[in-house]
Design a protein around this ligand. Sequence first.
Ligand SMILES: [Zn+2]
Length: 209
Amino acid sequence: MSIDPAPAATLSEAAREIVEVGRFLSVRNFVPATSGNFSRRLDARTAAVTRSGVDKGELVEADILVADIHAPPPKGSSAETPLHLQLYRDRPEAQAVLHTHSVVAALLSNLRLAEGELVLQDFELLKALGDTRTHEAAVSIPIFPNDQDIPRLADKVTAMLAKRTDLVAYLIAGHGLYTWGRSMAEARRHVVALEHLLTYELEKMKVRR
Ligand SMILES: [Zn+2]
């Protein structure tokens, strides 16, 4: 990914984008109950993040908190906020991070955990991911074991991101998907494309049984 020259968002712009993406992902059942969390970079040092315990289809501006990406998460934010802040530190070009809990992301990541990654190739829709320009590309999505110790998990993700500059997403087994983008629109496109690709992979496994 290259650095996005676009300016970062104001808090009200970021809040509006987060509220909108919450509705969009909620109607598709990607963030059931109060699961999932979203964020939007504000500048080099801060990001807007979602409050914990709120249905992500019913977010209002007051549910959006400001986090310092180099400091502990703000009070009331999701326990998984360190995974968002770490992405803003490790990927200066990242402008938005989306975390979803769909059935297919939880199930497929569990079934394929032993492989450590999911390699997607020969899909036309791969062109919706980052700078992928051809369906012939192989896109790897690492799978991490689920861990309630979020700072420990964030350290593992940081180590992986340092080695793999091509990544656009990762999975947490039995849990869900993390993806990011150089804009909220790109991050949202990644969620939709990956949900489709993961569903395809799961259907393929059923056909091959
Ligand atoms: Zn989660």
